[in-house]
Design a protein around this ligand. Structure first.
Ligand SMILES: NC(=O)c1ccc[n+]([C@@H]2O[C@H](COP(=O)([O-])OP(=O)(O)OC[C@H]3O[C@@H](n4cnc5c(N)ncnc54)[C@H](OP(=O)(O)O)[C@@H]3O)[C@@H](O)[C@H]2O)c1
Length: 275
């Protein structure tokens, strides 16, 4: 396939690596221009292009940028996107980063907002896994602890194509229904970032509470931003699994967690007293 990726940060660069390993042709774009993407081109063989060319003639487009950037994408971005090509949206709404988006604050599903702005349907996935897990934790089909990713969207053909790709890069693909249901794995919900298996994921999606999710998103991002900024992502996943009740904490793990919290807090304290 020929795949366009808009966004070359944490998620975009990892997806470019995975897709190139499957021998797909990958076009990649960021906001600063192709001349700033020589390293990822060298490392992966992805082809840097201007944003305005990232959707031209591709079989699949991945949009993986902060939500605040979506309204400023080129107006004719999708003019040369083939009608059958799905768009994957990996986006998550974080007001401190993205600013206040009134429609989402009023309850519009995040990917429905993105879809309205683009004027094109999207498939929502890769938003509920941290970059470290996406990079390192793909496993062959049938492996114990293989992570499942929810995939929501309204077009059956597009969803199948995306599900096949998710499976090919090492994750179980779980059909999470139409795009309107994708709020069930937005930030602040139990299915957001616990690296669930395909057995664990359905009940997490069922437990999602639409009213409580934004508050839970804001309090956890405040905690991560202010208290444990350098919390390593693998530990973050462990904590999320504990909070969602997927794992229970044994006494030795408690000790390890307390030790980690103290060491992260200590290094933050040292850094702030040095600056
Ligand atoms: N990080 C995670 O663990 C994670 C996990 C799942 C989902 N997500 C979500 O996925 C999205 C991307 O996250 P990320 O962590 O990969 O972000 P990131 O590391 O900050 O990278 C963002 C990328 O988007 C590009 N970009 C920003 N605005 C753009 C625009 N208007 N046009 C073209 N390119 C633009 C940036 O280009 P420049 O550098 O040139 O500005 C950069 O390459 C976000 O919505 C995030 O919430 C993140």
């Amino acid at each position: 396939m020929k795949i366009g990726i808009i966004g070359a940060g944490n998620i975009g660069s990892i997806l470019a690596r995975h897709f190139r390993q499957l021998q797909h042709t990958v076009l990649i774009a960021n906001s600063r221009g192709p001349e700033t993407l020589s390293q990822i081109a060298r490392e992966t063989g992805a082809i840097p292009v201007p944003v305005s060319e990232a959707a031209n003639g591709v079989d699949l487009l991945v949009l993986t940028i902060p939500l605040k950037g979506v309204p400023s994408l080129p107006r004719d971005l999708l003019a040369r996107l083939p009608v059958t090509a799905p768009i994957i949206d990996t986006g998550n709404y974080y007001p401190p980063r993205d600013g206040q988006i009134a429609e989402i604050n009023s309850g519009l599903v995040e990917s429905e907002w993105t879809s309205h702005i683009l004027g094109h349907p999207v498939i929502k996935t890769f938003n509920s896994i941290v970059a470290d897990s996406l990079m390192r934790k793909g496993l062959p089909k049938g492996a114990k602890n293989r992570i499942a990713l929810p995939i929501a969207g309204d077009d059956a053909q597009s969803k199948l194509l995306v599900m096949d790709l998710v499976e090919a890069i090492g994750f179980d693909a779980f059909d999470a229904g139409p795009l309107s249901e994708s709020w069930r794995y937005q930030p602040g919900t139990p299915a957001y970032c616990p690296d669930p298996t395909i057995q664990e994921l359905p009940s997490l999606l069922q437990r999602a509470d639409r009213k409580k999710a934004p508050k839970s998103r804001d309090s956890s991002s405040k905690l991560l931003g202010n208290v444990i900024l350098k919390f390593p992502q693998p530990e973050l996943v462990r904590v999320v699994r504990l909070f969602t009740g997927l794992d229970t904490l044994k006494p030795r793990s408690w000790m390890a967690l307390v030790h980690l919290l103290f060491s992260v807090a200590g290094s933050r304290f040292r850094n702030s007293s040095e600056s």
